[in-house]
Write a protein that binds this ligand. Sequence first.
Ligand code: SF4
Length: 234
Amino acid sequence: MTSSNAGAVAPDLVVPEELSNNVMITNIAKLLDPAYNWARRNSIWPMVFGLACCAIEMICTASSRYDLARFGMEVFRATPRQSDLMIISGTVTKKMVPTIVRLYNQMPEPRYVLSMGACASGGGPFKEGYNVVDGIDKFLPVDVYVPGCPPTPQALINGLIALQEKIDQQSIATAPWYRKDDPTAGVVPIPVLGPDLVDLRKIDTIKREAAKALAEQEKQEAQERETAVSPEAA
Ligand code: SF4
């Protein structure tokens, strides 16, 4: 890098004339990031994991007609330990969410989540169903949303390219999986099935609201008892 280029990196830095054509001045992030991101973006391994009709489109995307191998993504893995992309392809039911979160927790960092289709992103046509979760982003950090019902293979490929572009913007210096204070890093609490799905991250709020509701109910019952007793007393 010449002294003029060096000025672009660090304006205060004066490079002696005799060194100006021999010394490259950069920082570790600028040197490493392109290689680090290039390697990851072109070797994403999605997990073999389908939930409903969108999964058929995902399977088609992996077929020879569309050829995901062009993007280095053709190796669908049958285990979360070897996957770095979870494609949520299909309707997310309350019964499945604990399993989905468990699988996500078993994936090593860096890991990504792509929400494929209307169902995964917002409940889709089954949003009002008693058994349907209205968006996987209530439980997992989603990196890319692909709209459609179902999204075509082309749409999914577009979403995967969007993910590659997102990876290009990441820096080894600020990568979330190296940061202890990152709220999305680490283990996501696995929701439990009960009368309804319980998100353990909201357990304090749930307990508070339940106590409030119980107090209200007791108060109402006491009032009803009083009004039932008073006519006889009169
Ligand atoms: S978005 Fe449409 S195609 Fe995809 S799982 Fe839902 S209903 Fe099926």
